[in-house]
Ligand binder design. Structure first.
Ligand code: GDP
Ligand code: MG
Length: 162
């Protein structure tokens, strides 16, 4: 069985964009496993040195009265338990958010391998966007899921932690 890595983070940070970029050439292998929570999508990444299964979380639609922060934290907690390693995706353009800090705290306590993926760093000249996320106390990798910037580096870093 491949090691499982979950993408977690707030809505709109770019988790699904990153998921699609990483499993791009294996799209046919993407499937919803029967009996697996509806809001998770699984794919396999084989373009890296060490292949892994990738889980995209957060496809759920929330009613107005649902507490979305609580929902994110619960999803993150489940993903942490189910996975060998975690990619916490944050929005480099949007900046550091209190929910990111809370999820990062859970991740540090879990002692699982984790990388903070600072997304929407759309090129080398935007690398400064990542600096403030050092406050999360976790290893950072700036990327652009939409444009592919630094994604090979991300795959190398993932291979190193699993
Ligand atoms: P998710 O809710 O975390 O799965 O986020 P999505 O993957 O659906 O992306 C949310 C929005 O962010 C979409 O409008 C994407 O086009 C945009 N987005 C994703 N990645 C990037 C990126 O690297 N750069 C920029 N500028 N926008 C991005
Ligand atoms: Mg998504």
């Amino acid at each position: 069985m491949l090691p499982t890595i979950a993408l977690i983070g707030r809505p709109n940070v770019g988790k699904s964009t990153l998921f699609n970029r990483l499993i791009r050439r294996q799209k046919a292998l993407t499937h919803d496993l029967p009996g697996v929570t509806r809001d998770r999508i699984y794919g396999e990444v084989r373009q890296s040195e060490r292949p892994f299964a990738l889980v995209d979380t957060g496809g759920l639609v929330l009613d107005e009265d649902q507490n979305f922060e609580k929902e994110i934290l619960e999803q993150a907690h489940e993903a942490i338990q189910e996975s060998h390693a975690i990619l916490l995706v944050v929005d480099g353009k949007g900046g550091l958010n209190p929910v990111d800090e809370q999820v990062a705290r859970d991740l540090r306590e879990s002692h699982k391998p984790v990388l903070v993926v600072v997304n929407k760093v759309d090129g080398y000249e935007k690398e400064d966007l990542a600096s403030e996320f050092h406050a999360l106390g976790l290893e950072l990798v700036p990327v652009s899921a939409a444009h592919g910037y630094n994604v090979p580096e991300l795959l190398e870093r993932v291979s190193a932690i699993i």
